[in-house]
Design a binder for this molecule. Structure first.
Ligand code: NAP
Length: 345
């Protein structure tokens, strides 16, 4: 029994769409197609924009968040937040490999892997939510999931704590894309710089901008700014990214009015499109990694202020992104310490 390689055979509603935009997937785990992989899931990493939205909706309470996650997964057959549209990723052990994939994949039953495709398209059945970690977006579960033939996943590295690896792999696209976008001498503004992807992007931006470049890190509160100092980022500004004019003023001050060659948006809240656009110089680049980004607000907002900037949608996938993200962590003792304290201890 061969299913569609993208998983359309599991789409229940509406018919004819791919699993990500679908409203409902078939999450029957008793039937495994020959080109699917079954995973025993131990942990979910809910996408930061989704987790923040859920906490804002039901309150920052483990049980209420767990109930909301259960409600979404029972309704949709996948962890696809109906408000943000985003998912997250998971770690688990390979339980079964469909016959048609047995000789094609580089994993075997029992291997622990992290999915690198979104939970918003991954059939998921949760038996039990064991613990919700409100401060790390991670959720311990007993669950089962399906990886389609086109699915991307990585074996968990043996030299890193699994919670740390999960946290890093969740945002692997961001540091990888930053490495591609930043050139020597660039001024780079990072909005949401003290967050998980913010720290990774700040480190990579500093490395690629080099001695003649400048990194301006915008943070929500000074309390996490110490992490940025640890990785050598000295231009740290506390400003609310939903206040576009204040952000423009702050970036102008730090760049003597020149503004950013590249702006990287890694916040977990909506309404920060204009701050990103105003922070960027004419013909500069804005990289919207945040899942709370609105295409309409960005497109019409840039037009509305007459700003000719190149805007990039943060594709979660990039060639080699998992390795680039893990290597970034291996390279920096400081990031290891910061992430260890935030996601492991
Ligand atoms: P995170 O660790 O929660 O970091 C988000 C940061 O944004 C935090 O430091 C937070 O500061 C800051 N922030 C929140 N509100 C702000 C405001 N009004 N002004 C300035 N800063 C503000 O999130 P993450 O895991 O790095 O993820 C970052 C974004 O990437 C999220 O939107 C997530 O959904 C998205 N994402 C995208 C992809 C993709 O494929 N494109 C994949 C994974 C994640 P405080 O903590 O102080 O509030």
């Amino acid at each position: 029994m061969i299913g569609n390689k993208y998983g359309t055979h599991r789409v229940l509603e509406p018919k004819g769409v791919l699993p990500q935009p679908a409203l409902k997937l078939n999450n029957d785990m008793d039937v495994l197609y020959d080109n699917e992989i079954l995973v025993n899931v131990s942990m979910l990493n809910i996408d930061a924009a989704s987790f923040t939205q859920i906490k804002n909706e039901v309150g920052s309470d483990g049980e209420k968040v767990a109930n909301k996650i259960m409600e979404i997964v029972n309704e949709r057959g996948k962890m696809h937040n109906p408000v943000t549209g985003s998912g997250g990723m998971l770690i688990g052990k390979i339980a079964k490999i469909g016959k048609a994939l047995e000789n094609k994949v580089n994993v075997k039953v029992g291997d622990e892997i992290a999915t690198l495709v979104s939970l918003s398209l991954t059939p998921l059945k949760i038996e039990k939510i064991k613990k919700v970690h409100l401060d790390t977006d991670q959720v311990e579960v007993e669950a089962k999931a399906i990886i389609f033939e086109s699915g991307v996943y990585a074996k968990l590295p043996s030299d890193m704590d699994r919670k740390l690896a999960l946290a890093v792999l969740d945002v692997a696209g961001a540091p990888a894309q930053t490495a591609r976008l930043v050139n020597p001498g660039d001024t780079v503004v990072i909005i949401g710089a003290a967050g998980k992807s913010g720290i990774l992007c700040s480190y990579v931006a500093k490395k690629y901008a080099g001695a003649t470049g400048k990194i301006v890190a915008l943070v929500h509160s000074q309390k996490k700014a110490k992490h940025l100092e640890k990785i050598g980022i000295t231009n740290v500004v506390e400003v609310d990214a939903t206040d576009a004019v204040k952000v423009e003023e702050a970036v102008s001050k730090f760049t003597n009015g020149k503004m950013a060659d590249v702006t990287i948006n890694v916040v977990n809240v909506p309404n920060t499109e204009m701050a990103s656009i105003l922070a960027t110089k004419e013909y500069g680049t804005v990289y919207f990694f945040s899942m709370a980004t609105s295409f309409t607000k960005a497109a019409l907002g840039a037009e509305g202020v007459g700003k000719d900037v190149n805007m990039i949608i943060g594709n979660g996938y990039m060639t080699g992104h998992a390795e680039i993200a893990l290597e970034t962590v291996r390279e920096s003792k400081e990031i290891q310490e910061i992430f260890q304290s935030l996601y492991v201890n």
